[in-house]
Ligand binder design. Sequence first.
Ligand SMILES: NC(=O)c1ccc[n+]([C@@H]2O[C@H](COP(=O)([O-])OP(=O)(O)OC[C@H]3O[C@@H](n4cnc5c(N)ncnc54)[C@H](OP(=O)(O)O)[C@@H]3O)[C@@H](O)[C@H]2O)c1
Length: 255
Amino acid sequence: MILDKFSLKGKVAIVTGATGGLGGSISLALAEAGADLVLVSRTFSLLKIVAKKIEKLDKQALIIGVNVTKKEEINLAIEKTLEKFGKIDILVNGAGINRRSIAEKFPEELWDEVIDTNLKGAFLFSQAVGKFMIKQNKGKIINIVSLLSVIGGEFCPAYAASKGGLSQLTKALAVAWAKYNINVNAIGPGYFKTSMTKAIYEDQVRNNKILSRIPMGRWGKPEEDLSGAVVYLASEASNYVNGQTIYVDGGWLAY
Ligand SMILES: NC(=O)c1ccc[n+]([C@@H]2O[C@H](COP(=O)([O-])OP(=O)(O)OC[C@H]3O[C@@H](n4cnc5c(N)ncnc54)[C@H](OP(=O)(O)O)[C@@H]3O)[C@@H](O)[C@H]2O)c1
């Protein structure tokens, strides 16, 4: 039956950036659909809070402190995951940062920080998990990209470059690993209220400008608006969808 294909019962999902506004909600959506979770970020204390919410849904949550820019930490996380669950069905690369500055003075260290976290971190995690998924001959990888994967951002050259790169990486890995039944897709959120966008939505002028540009006339709600797309791309319902990005943006890109 079609609804059974959306079930994630018995699946194991790793979510990076699980303490974030979007990563936390994505983790809960996967758990609600039936998956056990491996929650990853650098802040152990915040991971514990997300884990408690997952456990309330009668799902298991393993928390692992990982900096996604560090290959050794990623490898250790995979080891711990396999030790506990013996498999990895789903990876969501949600860890991300943004640093804003005018392009002509954008500091090199901020450039490296953003590219290393958003692009290299997602690559290293996908590579480490991909090696295992290849042996398993099955897997789902979901990258969290952005509107800035396809449009420019005046003060975000590194962020736009990292997310454009991540969209391309999504396609490259989809093509490389399709023969192993691994689907690599992306979700491009529009504007969602999280700590990453706080400075924007608290600024009345910028907030109004953004709202006037969103056909649905509101910001995305982290706790509900991404859930459908993430469960779909993590589930068997999307088995023939590969290398795609679903933009969840209230119509922003269509405007
Ligand atoms: N909010 C939006 O409107 C929006 C729109 C488009 C795309 N996105 C993307 O969605 C993703 C989540 O964003 P958000 O809005 O939820 O931001 P957020 O609330 O600031 O969360 C960011 C997450 O990334 C983690 N993180 C950052 N650097 C890390 C590192 N080096 N290693 C491991 N984890 C790291 C953070 O955890 P720790 O600090 O605990 O490590 C946190 O869990 C990002 O990739 C972002 O680019 C967001």
